[in-house]
Design a protein around this ligand. Sequence first.
Ligand SMILES: [Zn+2]
Length: 308
Amino acid sequence: MTWNGGRGGRTLAVGAAAVVVLGLAACGSGSSGSGSAAAGGKLSVVAATNVWGDIAATVGGDAVEVTSVISSTSQDPHSFTSDTRTQLAVSKADLVIENGGGYDDFMDQLLKTANSSAPVINAVEVSGRQAPSGGELNEHVWYDFPAVQKVADTIAADLGQALPARAADFTANARAFDAQVDTLIKAEATAKAAHAGEGTAITEPVPLYLLDAMGLVNRTPAAFSEAVEESTDIPVAVLDQTLKIFSGGQVKVFVYNEQTSSPETEKVLAQAKQDGVPTVGVTETLPAGKDYLAWMKANVEAVTSALG
Ligand SMILES: [Zn+2]
Protein backbone atom coordinates (compact mmCIF):
# COMPACT_ATOMS: atom_id res chain seq x y z
CA MET A 1 0.00 0.00 0.00
CA THR A 2 1.74 3.13 -1.15
CA TRP A 3 1.29 6.89 -1.07
CA ASN A 4 2.32 8.48 -4.33
CA GLY A 5 0.43 11.74 -4.21
CA GLY A 6 3.53 13.51 -5.51
CA ARG A 7 3.15 12.04 -8.98
CA GLY A 8 2.98 14.93 -11.41
CA GLY A 9 2.58 14.78 -15.16
CA ARG A 10 -0.72 13.01 -15.20
CA THR A 11 -2.51 14.82 -17.98
CA LEU A 12 -5.48 12.64 -18.54
CA ALA A 13 -7.57 12.91 -15.42
CA VAL A 14 -9.97 15.76 -14.66
CA GLY A 15 -8.36 16.65 -11.26
CA ALA A 16 -5.90 14.23 -9.67
CA ALA A 17 -7.14 11.23 -7.71
CA ALA A 18 -6.13 10.62 -4.10
CA VAL A 19 -4.28 7.34 -3.51
CA VAL A 20 -4.64 6.40 0.13
CA VAL A 21 -2.28 4.81 2.62
CA LEU A 22 -4.56 1.98 3.71
CA GLY A 23 -5.70 1.82 7.29
CA LEU A 24 -5.06 5.47 8.12
CA ALA A 25 -7.24 7.64 5.93
CA ALA A 26 -9.74 4.85 5.22
CA CYS A 27 -10.60 4.48 8.92
CA GLY A 28 -10.60 8.24 9.41
CA SER A 29 -12.62 9.11 6.34
CA GLY A 30 -15.66 7.27 7.52
CA SER A 31 -16.53 6.40 3.92
CA SER A 32 -19.17 3.73 4.19
CA GLY A 33 -19.64 2.32 0.74
CA SER A 34 -22.53 3.82 -1.11
CA GLY A 35 -23.51 7.39 -0.66
CA SER A 36 -20.15 8.70 0.56
CA ALA A 37 -19.71 10.72 -2.63
CA ALA A 38 -23.19 12.13 -2.38
CA ALA A 39 -22.09 13.51 0.98
CA GLY A 40 -19.31 15.39 -0.76
CA GLY A 41 -16.82 12.65 0.01
CA LYS A 42 -14.92 10.78 -2.64
CA LEU A 43 -15.92 7.45 -4.06
CA SER A 44 -13.70 4.80 -2.52
CA VAL A 45 -12.30 2.29 -4.97
CA VAL A 46 -10.40 -0.81 -3.88
CA ALA A 47 -8.25 -2.50 -6.51
CA ALA A 48 -6.50 -5.82 -6.10
CA THR A 49 -3.24 -4.45 -7.54
CA ASN A 50 -1.80 -1.01 -8.20
CA VAL A 51 -2.14 -1.70 -11.94
CA TRP A 52 -5.93 -1.54 -11.81
CA GLY A 53 -5.65 1.01 -9.01
CA ASP A 54 -3.66 3.36 -11.24
CA ILE A 55 -6.16 3.02 -14.07
CA ALA A 56 -9.05 3.65 -11.66
CA ALA A 57 -7.26 6.79 -10.44
CA THR A 58 -6.83 7.94 -14.03
CA VAL A 59 -10.50 7.43 -14.88
CA GLY A 60 -11.88 8.68 -11.54
CA GLY A 61 -9.72 11.74 -11.15
CA ASP A 62 -10.41 13.85 -8.05
CA ALA A 63 -13.74 12.13 -7.44
CA VAL A 64 -12.14 8.92 -6.20
CA GLU A 65 -9.97 7.61 -3.40
CA VAL A 66 -8.13 4.53 -4.60
CA THR A 67 -6.70 1.80 -2.39
CA SER A 68 -4.46 -0.79 -4.04
CA VAL A 69 -4.12 -4.01 -2.09
CA ILE A 70 -0.89 -5.18 -3.79
CA SER A 71 1.31 -2.31 -4.72
CA SER A 72 4.92 -3.28 -4.45
CA THR A 73 7.09 -5.16 -6.92
CA SER A 74 8.62 -6.88 -3.91
CA GLN A 75 5.37 -8.73 -3.34
CA ASP A 76 4.45 -11.88 -5.27
CA PRO A 77 0.77 -11.45 -6.16
CA HIS A 78 0.40 -15.20 -6.63
CA SER A 79 1.10 -15.87 -2.95
CA PHE A 80 -0.49 -12.80 -1.35
CA THR A 81 -2.64 -13.13 1.75
CA SER A 82 -4.82 -10.25 2.91
CA ASP A 83 -5.26 -8.68 6.34
CA THR A 84 -7.89 -6.92 8.44
CA ARG A 85 -7.09 -3.51 7.05
CA THR A 86 -7.71 -4.78 3.54
CA GLN A 87 -10.92 -6.33 4.75
CA LEU A 88 -12.00 -2.97 6.16
CA ALA A 89 -11.21 -1.18 2.92
CA VAL A 90 -13.24 -3.68 0.90
CA SER A 91 -16.18 -3.37 3.26
CA LYS A 92 -16.21 0.40 2.73
CA ALA A 93 -15.66 0.38 -1.02
CA ASP A 94 -18.02 1.96 -3.55
CA LEU A 95 -16.32 -0.04 -6.30
CA VAL A 96 -14.03 -3.08 -6.22
CA ILE A 97 -11.71 -4.10 -9.06
CA GLU A 98 -10.30 -7.62 -9.03
CA ASN A 99 -8.17 -9.22 -11.69
CA GLY A 100 -9.84 -12.62 -11.63
CA GLY A 101 -8.78 -15.74 -13.50
CA GLY A 102 -7.42 -17.25 -10.28
CA TYR A 103 -4.91 -14.42 -9.89
CA ASP A 104 -6.37 -12.84 -6.75
CA ASP A 105 -8.85 -15.28 -5.22
CA PHE A 106 -8.26 -13.49 -1.90
CA MET A 107 -10.46 -10.69 -3.23
CA ASP A 108 -13.45 -13.02 -3.53
CA GLN A 109 -12.92 -14.09 0.05
CA LEU A 110 -12.75 -10.47 1.20
CA LEU A 111 -15.93 -9.62 -0.70
CA LYS A 112 -17.77 -12.59 0.78
CA THR A 113 -16.72 -11.64 4.31
CA ALA A 114 -17.52 -7.97 3.69
CA ASN A 115 -20.93 -8.90 2.42
CA SER A 116 -20.38 -5.89 0.19
CA SER A 117 -23.02 -4.61 -2.20
CA ALA A 118 -20.48 -2.59 -4.15
CA PRO A 119 -20.14 -3.36 -7.89
CA VAL A 120 -17.19 -5.64 -8.63
CA ILE A 121 -15.25 -5.44 -11.89
CA ASN A 122 -13.49 -8.70 -12.82
CA ALA A 123 -10.84 -7.74 -15.37
CA VAL A 124 -10.47 -11.22 -16.88
CA GLU A 125 -14.24 -11.48 -17.38
CA VAL A 126 -14.39 -8.00 -18.91
CA SER A 127 -11.46 -8.91 -21.20
CA GLY A 128 -13.35 -11.87 -22.62
CA ARG A 129 -10.15 -13.90 -22.60
CA GLN A 130 -10.52 -17.65 -22.09
CA ALA A 131 -8.24 -20.62 -21.79
CA PRO A 132 -7.09 -21.90 -25.22
CA SER A 133 -8.41 -25.42 -25.87
CA GLY A 134 -6.34 -27.83 -23.84
CA GLY A 135 -4.35 -24.94 -22.39
CA GLU A 136 -4.32 -22.62 -19.40
CA LEU A 137 -5.94 -19.19 -19.20
CA ASN A 138 -3.29 -16.46 -19.07
CA GLU A 139 -4.75 -14.20 -16.42
CA HIS A 140 -2.22 -11.38 -16.91
CA VAL A 141 -4.73 -9.34 -18.96
CA TRP A 142 -3.18 -6.00 -18.05
CA TYR A 143 -0.58 -6.80 -20.72
CA ASP A 144 -3.48 -7.06 -23.20
CA PHE A 145 -4.11 -3.48 -24.29
CA PRO A 146 -7.60 -3.87 -25.85
CA ALA A 147 -8.65 -5.63 -22.62
CA VAL A 148 -7.30 -2.75 -20.54
CA GLN A 149 -9.35 -0.30 -22.59
CA LYS A 150 -12.47 -2.38 -21.88
CA VAL A 151 -11.72 -2.34 -18.15
CA ALA A 152 -11.15 1.44 -18.18
CA ASP A 153 -14.50 1.92 -19.91
CA THR A 154 -16.20 -0.36 -17.39
CA ILE A 155 -14.67 1.60 -14.51
CA ALA A 156 -15.99 4.82 -16.05
CA ALA A 157 -19.47 3.32 -16.40
CA ASP A 158 -19.59 2.01 -12.82
CA LEU A 159 -18.24 5.24 -11.35
CA GLY A 160 -20.80 7.15 -13.41
CA GLN A 161 -23.54 4.98 -11.92
CA ALA A 162 -22.30 5.74 -8.41
CA LEU A 163 -21.85 9.47 -9.08
CA PRO A 164 -23.97 10.59 -12.03
CA ALA A 165 -22.93 14.20 -11.58
CA ARG A 166 -19.41 13.29 -12.64
CA ALA A 167 -20.27 10.64 -15.23
CA ALA A 168 -19.22 12.85 -18.13
CA ASP A 169 -15.81 13.43 -16.54
CA PHE A 170 -15.27 9.72 -16.04
CA THR A 171 -16.19 8.99 -19.65
CA ALA A 172 -13.89 11.75 -20.90
CA ASN A 173 -11.02 10.43 -18.75
CA ALA A 174 -11.52 6.89 -20.01
CA ARG A 175 -11.62 8.09 -23.61
CA ALA A 176 -8.40 10.06 -23.17
CA PHE A 177 -6.78 7.02 -21.56
CA ASP A 178 -8.00 4.72 -24.36
CA ALA A 179 -6.53 7.09 -26.95
CA GLN A 180 -3.13 6.76 -25.30
CA VAL A 181 -3.46 3.00 -25.14
CA ASP A 182 -4.19 3.12 -28.88
CA THR A 183 -0.68 4.49 -29.39
CA LEU A 184 0.69 1.41 -27.61
CA ILE A 185 -1.43 -0.84 -29.81
CA LYS A 186 -0.03 0.94 -32.86
CA ALA A 187 3.52 0.44 -31.58
CA GLU A 188 2.84 -3.29 -31.22
CA ALA A 189 1.52 -3.40 -34.78
CA THR A 190 4.61 -1.62 -36.06
CA ALA A 191 6.82 -4.18 -34.32
CA LYS A 192 4.68 -6.99 -35.72
CA ALA A 193 5.08 -5.68 -39.27
CA ALA A 194 8.84 -6.01 -38.85
CA HIS A 195 9.17 -9.07 -36.64
CA ALA A 196 6.12 -11.32 -37.05
CA GLY A 197 7.04 -15.00 -36.63
CA GLU A 198 10.29 -14.37 -34.78
CA GLY A 199 10.87 -16.34 -31.59
CA THR A 200 10.68 -15.18 -28.00
CA ALA A 201 10.94 -16.90 -24.61
CA ILE A 202 9.63 -16.16 -21.12
CA THR A 203 9.94 -17.27 -17.50
CA GLU A 204 6.20 -16.83 -16.86
CA PRO A 205 3.12 -15.91 -18.95
CA VAL A 206 3.15 -12.31 -17.58
CA PRO A 207 4.07 -10.47 -20.88
CA LEU A 208 2.58 -12.97 -23.32
CA TYR A 209 -0.37 -10.89 -24.55
CA LEU A 210 2.03 -8.07 -25.44
CA LEU A 211 4.53 -10.40 -27.16
CA ASP A 212 1.71 -12.10 -29.03
CA ALA A 213 0.38 -8.75 -30.24
CA MET A 214 3.87 -8.05 -31.55
CA GLY A 215 3.60 -11.24 -33.63
CA LEU A 216 6.29 -13.09 -31.69
CA VAL A 217 6.19 -16.85 -31.24
CA ASN A 218 6.73 -18.23 -27.75
CA ARG A 219 9.38 -20.98 -27.89
CA THR A 220 9.47 -21.67 -24.16
CA PRO A 221 8.62 -25.24 -23.14
CA ALA A 222 5.15 -24.84 -21.56
CA ALA A 223 6.14 -27.18 -18.72
CA PHE A 224 8.84 -24.69 -17.73
CA SER A 225 6.79 -21.47 -17.62
CA GLU A 226 3.81 -23.18 -15.98
CA ALA A 227 6.01 -24.65 -13.26
CA VAL A 228 7.64 -21.27 -12.64
CA GLU A 229 4.28 -19.56 -12.34
CA GLU A 230 2.85 -22.22 -10.05
CA SER A 231 6.12 -22.33 -8.07
CA THR A 232 6.26 -26.09 -8.57
CA ASP A 233 9.39 -28.16 -9.22
CA ILE A 234 10.89 -27.96 -12.70
CA PRO A 235 11.90 -31.41 -13.96
CA VAL A 236 15.59 -31.59 -14.92
CA ALA A 237 14.72 -32.61 -18.48
CA VAL A 238 12.46 -29.55 -18.84
CA LEU A 239 15.16 -27.23 -17.52
CA ASP A 240 17.73 -28.76 -19.90
CA GLN A 241 15.34 -28.37 -22.81
CA THR A 242 14.76 -24.73 -21.88
CA LEU A 243 18.48 -23.95 -21.59
CA LYS A 244 18.97 -25.20 -25.16
CA ILE A 245 16.47 -22.86 -26.85
CA PHE A 246 18.84 -19.83 -26.86
CA SER A 247 21.53 -21.08 -29.22
CA GLY A 248 20.83 -21.24 -32.96
CA GLY A 249 18.97 -17.91 -33.27
CA GLN A 250 15.45 -19.24 -32.74
CA VAL A 251 14.87 -16.85 -29.81
CA LYS A 252 15.30 -13.14 -30.52
CA VAL A 253 14.39 -11.79 -27.08
CA PHE A 254 14.04 -13.35 -23.62
CA VAL A 255 11.43 -11.61 -21.43
CA TYR A 256 11.68 -12.55 -17.75
CA ASN A 257 9.67 -11.66 -14.63
CA GLU A 258 11.89 -9.47 -12.44
CA GLN A 259 9.39 -9.67 -9.60
CA THR A 260 9.81 -13.33 -8.84
CA SER A 261 12.90 -15.40 -9.52
CA SER A 262 14.32 -18.79 -8.56
CA PRO A 263 17.68 -20.53 -9.07
CA GLU A 264 16.22 -22.09 -12.22
CA THR A 265 14.98 -18.82 -13.73
CA GLU A 266 18.34 -17.22 -12.88
CA LYS A 267 20.10 -20.09 -14.67
CA VAL A 268 17.95 -19.65 -17.77
CA LEU A 269 18.52 -15.89 -17.74
CA ALA A 270 22.28 -16.44 -17.53
CA GLN A 271 22.15 -18.91 -20.42
CA ALA A 272 20.23 -16.45 -22.60
CA LYS A 273 22.85 -13.79 -21.92
CA GLN A 274 25.69 -16.26 -22.56
CA ASP A 275 24.15 -17.14 -25.91
CA GLY A 276 23.89 -13.46 -26.81
CA VAL A 277 20.08 -13.24 -26.68
CA PRO A 278 18.78 -9.78 -25.66
CA THR A 279 16.87 -9.89 -22.37
CA VAL A 280 14.04 -7.69 -21.06
CA GLY A 281 12.83 -7.66 -17.45
CA VAL A 282 9.14 -7.05 -16.75
CA THR A 283 7.05 -6.92 -13.59
CA GLU A 284 3.57 -7.99 -12.55
CA THR A 285 2.73 -4.81 -10.68
CA LEU A 286 3.39 -1.18 -11.45
CA PRO A 287 7.00 -0.15 -10.73
CA ALA A 288 7.37 2.81 -8.37
CA GLY A 289 7.26 6.23 -9.99
CA LYS A 290 5.52 5.13 -13.17
CA ASP A 291 1.88 5.18 -14.19
CA TYR A 292 0.36 2.44 -16.30
CA LEU A 293 0.91 4.19 -19.64
CA ALA A 294 4.54 5.07 -19.00
CA TRP A 295 5.21 1.55 -17.74
CA MET A 296 3.73 -0.20 -20.77
CA LYS A 297 5.33 2.28 -23.17
CA ALA A 298 8.69 1.38 -21.67
CA ASN A 299 7.89 -2.36 -21.97
CA VAL A 300 6.92 -2.10 -25.64
CA GLU A 301 9.99 0.01 -26.40
CA ALA A 302 12.31 -2.36 -24.54
CA VAL A 303 11.09 -5.38 -26.51
CA THR A 304 11.11 -3.47 -29.80
CA SER A 305 14.68 -2.31 -29.34
CA ALA A 306 15.77 -5.79 -28.23
CA LEU A 307 14.43 -7.14 -31.53
CA GLY A 308 16.64 -4.64 -33.32
ZN1 LIG B 1 1.83 -13.88 -12.68
